[in-house]
Design a protein around this ligand. Sequence first.
Ligand SMILES: Nc1ncnc2c1ncn2[C@@H]1O[C@H](COP(=O)(O)OP(=O)(O)O)[C@@H](O)[C@H]1O
Ligand SMILES: [Mg+2]
Length: 324
Amino acid sequence: MSAAPLLEVRELSLAFRTRGGTVRALDRVSLTLGPGETLGIVGESGSGKSVLAYAVMGLQDRAGRLTGGAVLWRGRRIDRLGEAALRRLRGPEMAMIFQSPRAALNPIRRIGDQLADVLRAHRPLGRAAARAEAAAMLAQVRIPDPAARLAAYPFELSGGMCQRVMIALALACAPALLIADEPTTGLDVTTQAAIMDLLRGLARGRGMATILITHDLGLAAAHCDRIAVMHAGQLVETGPTAAVFAAPLHPYARALARSVPGPETTLATLETVPGSLPDLSAPDLPACRYAGRCPQAQPRCRTEAPPAVPGAAGQVARCWNPGP
Ligand SMILES: Nc1ncnc2c1ncn2[C@@H]1O[C@H](COP(=O)(O)OP(=O)(O)O)[C@@H](O)[C@H]1O
Ligand SMILES: [Mg+2]
């Protein structure tokens, strides 16, 4: 028997109760991740990427409820753990960086104090040792003059520097998994590239697994071993990056893959996927939530959950009518 994967998400469903009805944000999502692996989760805005990440971390919104399935960490269920047990996992085992670093940093505490807090919450460090370690962490995320930066407040730093501080915070306890949710959105192109290089170097150096959540398919293709494509809360295709981009099986994955900018792409050939996401609070959501947009939809796509269909290159699609 092979060892348990680091992370396993099994048929996970999650719903939000809102005034407008029940938003079924995740529908039987399954994925696995091994140590040191890099998984890209891609899909349009609103497809459930962030909700999935929060659910893995046990951070879901109060209105959100897991309605089925399980999350396993190193073979052990964690979706029913209490807050104290979750807090012991977050940091040393899994950590997350968010789209908006300024929102995640405390605006009225110095960078050095925030780093020292995280370090001392998990390790028996004295003040001076925690401070020295915090400076070393800032150096590791290539913040210039780290000792002086410890005294800075978030508002004194640029967006890119804040993102580096958040990466340092996330990595402070050397997690086995880093979830990066749109880590470079809102940064200029040069800073984006620098942050991605930094993340990749740190992940490789530490043998850390990474989940990169992005709506930027080019970014996912460049940085990930495997890709998971989400649509409207369902995972429609997973597989090795090259397979999912070169030979996607699911019609949505195919439509997305066509929209990835390549060396020969011109603006005219760039396609976006026609139609829009269905309303996740609609009581009559089709079994395959892509059915309403899919040129290959059949009647049973609306009524029966699609099977998992394997492709030749290791990709797996959930579809009644896969392939070109
Ligand atoms: N707290 C919440 N209450 C109600 N609906 C929510 C909440 N958080 C997210 N959603 C809904 O869940 C769906 C998925 O959202 P999200 O995971 O943020 O998408 P993505 O990260 O892929 O852009 C969206 O329809 C969104 O409106
Ligand atoms: Mg998101």
